[in-house]
Design a protein around this ligand. Structure first.
Ligand code: AVJ
Length: 328
């Protein structure tokens, strides 16, 4: 079996459920209630996200797939220039898109190993197994944990050159200040000669963006509502999920898609493992996700503020999405 590193246990000995309970209690105790979007991805949530990626409205995945497919030769050439490297895939999920690069890397006989990182242990288990079957020549070491834990582990355990992948517009989930903090932190683990390939969803017709987060089949709604099911399952809570609805809005000034769960009635919810009773007013909103959209000058500036220089910008044919290759 392929090795898998589990970093999920906290340093202080507390477990994942304790951390989840803490974050849920913190988010739901605020005057404007929020829940961190990273908790979407339990087993059920990861399955729903995989379904989202196939929706006709969710252009992001198909566009990025096109970017990678059409530019894989150039990308792999640029990765491989400095010789041996670790390919670190932050938020790898099912690595559906990364596999395009992995097969091209194999084709060009690049000297690398593949280190997918994800918070979903289930996803990393499945990915390790599928790669074993599909690309048995690729050396894989999956890491289960949050981004920062994983980066620290990598610095301590992987000394060679690094090419970091941060695909799928995952950067979009961060507020501006958080993206700066995140990219600076990545940068602090890298050295001259290392690279970062980052997927960004570009600004475009707001109607196109809005539909991507409010699909006709209701898969995104189910994905959002699964967060409440997860709290019920893992934190012994009693959310009446039918009493909440999905609502998504796009702000073209800020370039941000915001997703909410709205309480359809006044209600009280008990979250036993968080030691918390939460009151919702009728039509009170709980914010669950931000998805920021960028243009290239903003990305250039963001990179520069964090110690990265753009090497190449790769686009899809409609310029809806870009994969930006940075060098340190
Ligand atoms: C995985 C964070 C890129 O923001 O587009 C998809 C997650 N949320 N539909 C995104 C998501 C609702 C997605 N990211």
């Amino acid at each position: 079996l392929t090795p898998m590193i589990e970093l999920s246990r906290r340093q202080d000995g507390s477990n994942d459920t304790t951390a989840f309970a803490h974050d849920v209690a913190e988010g739901l105790s605020q005057r404007q209630k929020t829940l961190p979007s990273r908790y979407f991805y339990d087993g059920a949530g990861s399955k729903l996200f995989q379904q989202i990626m196939t929706l006709p409205e969710y252009y992001l995945t198909r566009c990025e797939q096109e970017v990678l497919q059409e530019n894989k030769e150039a990308m792999v050439r640029q990765f491989s220039q400095g010789g041996l490297f670790h390919l670190i895939d932050l938020g790898a999920g099912d690595a559906f898109k990364t596999k395009i690069l992995l097969s091209e890397l194999s084709e060009q006989q690049s000297a690398f190993d593949y280190v997918p990182v994800d918070i979903s242990g289930d996803a990393m288990q499945e990915l390790s197994e599928s790669l074993q079957k599909e690309l048995p020549q690729v050396k894989v070491e999956a890491v289960v944990g949050e981004y920062f834990q994983a980066l620290k582990w990598l610095q301590e355990n992987k000394a060679e050159r690094k090419v970091v992948l941060f695909l799928g517009s995952n950067i979009g989930n961060f507020e501006t200040a958080e993206s700066i903090g995140f990219l600076r932190s990545i940068r602090s683990y890298l050295q001259p000669g290392d690279q970062l390939l980052m997927g960004v969803d570009l600004r475009k017709n707001p109607d196109v963006i809005l539909k991507a987060y409010d699909d006709a089949a209701g898969v995104t709604a189910a994905f959002n509502l699964n967060l409440l099911h997860r709290i019920n399952r893992e934190l012994d809570a009693d959310f009446d999920v039918n009493q909440f609805c999905h609502h998504a809005i796009y702000n073209p000034l800020e370039g941000v898609m915001r997703s909410f769960l709205v309480s359809k009635s006044e209600q009280e919810v008990h979250i036993r493992k968080a030691g918390l009773t939460v009151h919702f007013d009728a039509w009170e909103a709980l914010q669950t996700e931000n998805s920021y959209k960028y243009n290239i000058p903003q990305i250039d500036e963001l990179g520069k503020e964090c110690g990265f220089e753009i090497e190449t910008v790769f686009y899809d044919s409609q310029k809806r999405f870009a994969d930006v290759l940075f060098k340190v």
